[in-house]
Every structure is written in C-alpha cells, then in structure tokens.
Design a protein around this ligand. Sequence first.
Ligand SMILES: [Zn+2]
Length: 87
Amino acid sequence: MSTEYLDIRSCPKCAGSHRYRLSVERAYVMKLMTMADLSERPRRVSFTRLFTCPKKNEEFQAEITLTDTSSSRIRRVDVLGTSEGNE
Ligand SMILES: [Zn+2]
C-alpha cells in the first residue's frame, strides 16, 4: 500500500484547488522478462471516486488516472482525504 497525491485544480463545488491523499494498493507480479515485455508501455488506468470538498463539505465525483504496468497492477484506490494544512 502506498500513499499518492492527487491535485484537483478546479473543484466543481468551490472552484478552488485541493490536494487529496490516495491510498493505492498495487499487486506486484514476478515474472520472467521477455522481449515483448521490454517494449511494453505502461497503461493509464482510470478510476472514478467520490471526493469531498473541504470548503463546502459536499461530495463530487472525479476521475483519477494512474499508471499501471504488467508487473505492478493497481488493485485498489481509496481516497483518504485532503492533505491541506497538515503536510
Ligand atoms: Zn472545493
């Protein structure tokens, strides 16, 4: 499990910018490398999650795009909350 940060620059509720902490669980896959793997590009994977605007305390949906590869698959993404004021 790792913590990653997501910046929302234009909040749909207050038009401000917020930084959210995400908990990302990746499954690391051990495998032998082949020539096909070496030329493989990371995939962009999108997840839709609910976020809470810290100014208005209202929820909105947003899409998160993360990078996935064949040896590190994203299994789960959770929004932990905003990181404003305590980082
Ligand atoms: Zn907001």
